[in-house]
Design a protein around this ligand. Structure first.
Ligand SMILES: [Zn+2]
Length: 103
């Protein structure tokens, strides 16, 4: 046995640590993250297919906004405006980020 070998493990086989709950907004120039303050009624602009009600935003709820358009995080995730994918910038290159070269 080679003592320099770490037999405790291959990092890829270690149990996953507590889940990483970070969220990413791949289009931060367009959308901004907000926190609702106060109890006046405001609603998410999106509806789930088949649902006939709007998602009420609660005081303290984090939502995202673009102009007057507000989305709860659930709908933002569903529409891929928010992502848990830390590598979104590799996996989903934005058209504007693709260099225009070789012309
Ligand atoms: Zn919603």
């Amino acid at each position: 046995m080679d003592p320099s070998t770490n037999s405790a493990g291959n990092p890829s086989e270690e149990p996953a640590p507590a889940r990483d709950y970070r969220l990413y907004l791949p289009d931060p120039e367009t959308w901004s993250a907000r926190v609702k303050v106060g109890w006046e009624k405001e609603y998410c602009f999106a509806k789930l297919p088949g649902q006939d009600y709007l998602h009420l935003l609660l005081s303290g709820e984090i939502y995202i906004q673009r102009g007057d358009e507000k989305l709860c995080l659930w709908c933002a995730m569903r529409r891929n405006i928010l992502t848990e994918d830390r590598l979104y910038w590799q996996n989903r290159p934005r058209v504007a980020s693709i260099p225009v070269s070789g012309l």
